[in-house]
Design a protein around this ligand. Structure first.
Ligand SMILES: Nc1ncnc2c1ncn2[C@@H]1O[C@H](COP(=O)(O)OP(=O)(O)OP(=O)(O)O)[C@@H](O)[C@H]1O
Ligand SMILES: CC(C)(CO)[C@@H](O)C(=O)[O-]
Ligand code: BAL
Length: 291
C-alpha cells in the first residue's frame, strides 16, 4: 500500500498505476476524515470488489467545521488508520496536510442549493459548502471512476450527487448502507467522545429509528404523528439534547406534500435526526421505502 502526502505525488502515483497495457484500470475512491472504523472499511471493501485500484483519502477538512465545532479535537490516529486501510485491501492512501490542500486561503465556494436547506445544512451553516469544495478538489486530484459515501451522512450523499450532476463531474457516486455496532448504534468516529453513560443513552437513536420503520407499516399514520412518536421516545432519555428530527422526502430532502398525509401512501421518505449527548453531536437516519 502506498502512502502519499502531496497532490503532485498522488497524481504521479495514480498515473503510473493506471497504465496497464490495453486496459483502462478503474479507480475507486473513499474520502474520509480518518479514525477509521468498520463503516469506513465497508466502503473500502465495496470499492475493492468493484474497482482495480482503491484510493482512500484521510483529511480533516477545516473548511467544513464551524468556529465552535470540534476541528481541533477531532480524533486522529494515522498509524492505526494505515493498518486498517491495508487490512481492507486499500492500494493508495492520500494523507495531505492542511497546508498542502489549502496553500492559500480558498477564494472559490461550491454551494449546492436546495438539498442543503434543511437538516445539517440548517444546523451547521456553511458545512456543506466546505464539504462540496473539498470533495470537488479531491475528485480533481484523484480523478476516480467511482466514489463511495456512507448513507449515515445521507444529506452529504444528496449534496455530492447534486454537485456531480450539475457540474458534469465524471464520477459515479455509490451510496453505501449504514454500519452499526451490535447494539444498534451507528458507527461514527465521534462515538469515542461518548462517556459510558452517554454511549448507553445514545442507543435511543437507533431504537427510535427502528420504531419509525415499524410504525411506517401502519395504515393511516400521519407524518406529524410519526415525528411526534420519535421525538417522545428520544425525549424520554434524560441526556438527549435534540438538534433536529425531520421526516422528509428521499432523496430530494423536501418537506412532505401535505396532500399525501399518511406515511403508508407516499414515496420513499427519510427520518433523519441529530442529537447531542453531552458535547457529542450524533446523526443517524432511516430510509422508509415505499411499500
Ligand atoms: N456507520 C457507517 N456506515 C457506513 N458508512 C459510514 C459510517 N460512518 C461513516 N461512514 C462514511 O464514511 C465516510 C467518511 O466519514 P467520516 O470520516 O466523517 O466518518 P464518521 O464516522 O462519519 O465520522 P463523524 O460522523 O464522527 O464525522 C462518509 O462517506 C461517511 O458517510
Ligand atoms: C466527505 C468528507 C471526507 C469530506 O471532508 C467528510 O465530510 C466525511 O468524512 O464524510
Ligand atoms: N461525516 C461528516 C463530517 C463532519 O461531521 O464534518
Amino acid at each position: 500500500m502506498k502512502v502519499v502526502e502531496t497532490v503532485s505525488g498522488i497524481r504521479e502515483t495514480l498515473a503510473n498505476m493506471r497504465t496497464a497495457p490495453g486496459k483502462r484500470l478503474k479507480v475507486g475512491f473513499v474520502p474520509t476524515m480518518g479514525y477509521l472504523h468498520e463503516g469506513h472499511q465497508s466502503l473500502l471493501s465495496k470499492a475493492k470488489a468493484e474497482c482495480d485500484i482503491v484510493v482512500l483519502s484521510i483529511f480533516v477538512n477545516p473548511l467544513q467545521f464551524g468556529p465552535n465545532e470540534d476541528f481541533d479535537k477531532y480524533p486522529r490516529d494515522s498509524e492505526r488508520d494505515l493498518r486498517l486501510a491495508e487490512q481492507s485491501g486499500c492500494d493508495v492512501v492520500f494523507m495531505p496536510s492542511v497546508q498542502e490542500m489549502y496553500p492559500n486561503p480558498i477564494r472559490t465556494s461550491v454551494s449546492v442549493k436546495g438539498v442543503t436547506e434543511r437538516l445539517c445544512g440548517a444546523s451547521r451553516p456553511g458545512h456543506f459548502d466546505g464539504v462540496a469544495a473539498v470533495v470537488l478538489k479531491l475528485f480533481h486530484i484523484v480523478q476516480p471512476d467511482k466514489a463511495y459515501f456512507g448513507l449515515k451522512d445521507a444529506q452529504q450523499v444528496a449534496v455530492i450527487s447534486q454537485m456531480v450532476s450539475d457540474l458534469n463531474v465524471p464520477v459515479d457516486i455509490v451510496p453505501c448502507p449504514i454500519l452499526r455496532e451490535a447494539d444498534g448504534l451507528a458507527m461514527s468516529s465521534r462515538n469515542v467522545y461518548l462517556s459510558a453513560e452517554e454511549r448507553r443513552e445514545a442507543l435511543v437513536l437507533s431504537k427510535a429509528l427502528g420504531m419509525a420503520e415499524r410504525l411506517a407499516q401502519e395504515e393511516g399514520l400521519t407524518f406529524e404523528a410519526l415525528r411526534n412518536k420519535i421525538e417522545g421516545e428520544i425525549r424520554s432519555t434524560p441526556l438527549a439534547d435534540i438538534d433536529y428530527i425531520e421526516v422528509l422526502s428521499y432523496p430530494e430532502l423536501e418537506p412532505v406534500d401535505p396532500s399525501m398525509e399518511t406515511v403508508s401512501r407516499t414515496s420513499d421518505m427519510i427520518v433523519a435526526l441529530a442529537v447531542k449527548f453531552g458535547k457529542t453531536r450524533l446523526i443517524d437516519n432511516v430510509i422508509l421505502h415505499r411499500k
